[in-house]
Design a protein around this ligand. Structure first.
Ligand code: ZN
Length: 217
């Protein structure tokens, strides 16, 4: 029986092991080749399009010979002002694209040893970049396989279990409105309303006091 493509070595084109084994410099060169594919990684000035540049190797920057504009491989991209190493950025891409069922950002932050917020923002930037590709008009060629995915759509109705009275939100049929449980009213207000309740109680106490502030009775 023929082997499934996904079980073959040819399907393993991007591995975390290879990325970290190659190291930071190789990851940087990969970024250069990805950005300036037409010149095989040789920098092109983003301002004037000049291909003649000085390389400031210590800071990984380039200076255009024509307009003296300084730029880096990430200038003007989603990775601009990055603080993470190139090898970690590449690893993040690898982890996200290889996780066929998706990966949680807490897990990504553990894998990359970065903050949760860093992982979250990074993943959002990658999604933005992928979404932007859709509008370039680029057409895939050859044998193309795609999986379906569904994002967005249904907006969950507001949680109104807290006892706030009022009609259901407009445009929503009554049967879709969240049901109010009798027990929630019997056991007191929702925790989110406790502070308001406290204020109300204080008002009651004030009303019970006499004209000179002394409690009645
Ligand atoms: Zn230039």
């Amino acid at each position: 029986m023929a082997q499934h493509f996904l079980l073959s070595a040819a399907s393993r084109t991007l591995s975390l092991r290879a990325i970290y084994k190659a190291g930071e410099q190789a990851a940087y060169e990969t970024f250069c080749k990805m950005r300036w594919s037409e010149t095989e990684g040789e920098a092109i000035c983003p301002r004037c399009g000049c291909v003649e540049t000085y390389s400031i190797t210590t800071r990984r920057k380039f200076k255009c010979k024509a307009c003296h504009h300084q730029f880096s491989v990430t200038s003007g991209t989603i990775f601009a002002s990055r603080k993470m190493d190139f090898v970690d950025l590449l690893a993040a891409i690898c982890i996200i694209v290889n996780a066929s069922k998706g990966v949680s950002m807490v897990q990504l932050s553990r894998d990359l040893d970065c903050q949760y917020k860093t992982a979250f923002i990074l993943a959002h930037k990658l999604r933005e970049a992928m979404a932007a590709e859709v509008h370039t008009g680029e057409v895939l060629a050859g044998h193309v396989e795609i999986d379906g995915a569904y994002f967005g759509g249904h907006v969950r109705p507001e949680n109104r279990k807290g006892g706030s009275e009022g009609p259901p939100p407009q445009g929503q049929p009554d049967w879709q409105a969240p049901r109010r449980r009798r027990s929630s009213r019997a056991s007191g207000p929702h925790p989110s309303l406790r502070r308001q309740d406290g204020e109300r109680r204080r008002c009651h106490r004030r009303r019970e006091r006499g004209p000179h502030g002394h409690p009645l009775g």
